[in-house]
Design a protein around this ligand. Structure first.
Ligand code: DC
Length: 229
């Protein structure tokens, strides 16, 4: 039987992490964990409860009493918060900015990292985020660092939001992507960084299929290496 690996995908927003981790998970019959969606669910719960994004104590208490789950619906990953499907509600530009602030809180990170480790403990899992290979699963057998130019990432986000019927401005979306990158990279706790042992892929001019093929080749190689060892 093939080994069930832990696959970590890190990188800035809009680099293609969500799409590729879903495709990889489907191809390998693994579980897919979108950790950004978990931080987004916390941010949504905080905004509904009227908790400020810098009130780490209140956020910590909130994390203890909310329930975040992933369910697959017709092959598509959906995020549930306390029994409600919040997959769309967590994706607005306002929620993106709020999430970046909430995710800077050490107590929130501790709670989410604990959950992520539980969800991935058995292996056979693809996790995507900012600190998977560096903090959550430093022992992951395969680590990718996916990036692309800020313009390409902003354009992808813009296409995604407009496809969902939101009216947004392209330049403003690019600027927001850049602002979020700086906040995620400059924060004190678990900032976005490229693990030394990660395979770097720049997807600026690549199609999703090209990136997927490259990733599958790396994974296949690791599975074979493990079987020979
Ligand atoms: O991947 P995303 O855009 O859905 O992530 C939303 C925010 O959550 C982003 O600002 C960074 C933060 N995040 C994080 O700090 N750590 C993770 N593992 C995943 C996301």
């Amino acid at each position: 039987m093939k080994r069930k690996l832990i696959i970590a995908i890190d990188g800035p927003s809009g680099a293609g992490k969500s799409t590729l981790s879903q495709l990889l998970a489907r191809r390998l019959d693994y579980i897919n964990i979108n950790t950004g969606a978990m931080y987004r669910a916390v941010a949504l719960a905080a905004s509904r409860a009227g908790i400020a994004s810098d009130d780490c104590q209140a956020l910590e208490a909130l994390c203890r009493c909310i329930r975040i789950e992933f369910h697959r619906d017709n092959g598509v990953e959906r995020v549930w918060l306390d029994g409600e499907d919040v997959s769309e509600a967590i994706r607005t530009p306002q929620m993106s900015l709020l999430t970046s602030a909430v995710a800077a809180c050490a107590e929130v990170r501790q709670a989410m990292v604990g959950l992520q480790r539980q969800m991935g403990a058995q292996g056979g899992v693809v996790l995507e985020g900012r600190d998977i290979g560096s903090v959550v699963f430093p022992q992951a057998e395969v680590k990718f660092y996916l990036e692309a130019s800020a313009e390409a990432r902003g354009k992808r986000r813009y296409d995604e939001l407009t496809a969902n019927g939101l009216e947004v401005d392209l330049q403003q979306t690019i600027d927001e992507v850049k602002a979020r990158d700086s906040a995620d990279s400059a924060r004190e706790h678990a900032p976005l960084l490229r693990p030394e042992d990660a395979v770097g892929i720049d997807s600026t001019t690549m199609s999703i299929e090209e990136v997927l093929t490259q990733m599958l080749a790396v994974i296949e190689q690791r599975i074979n290496d493990g079987q020979e060892a």
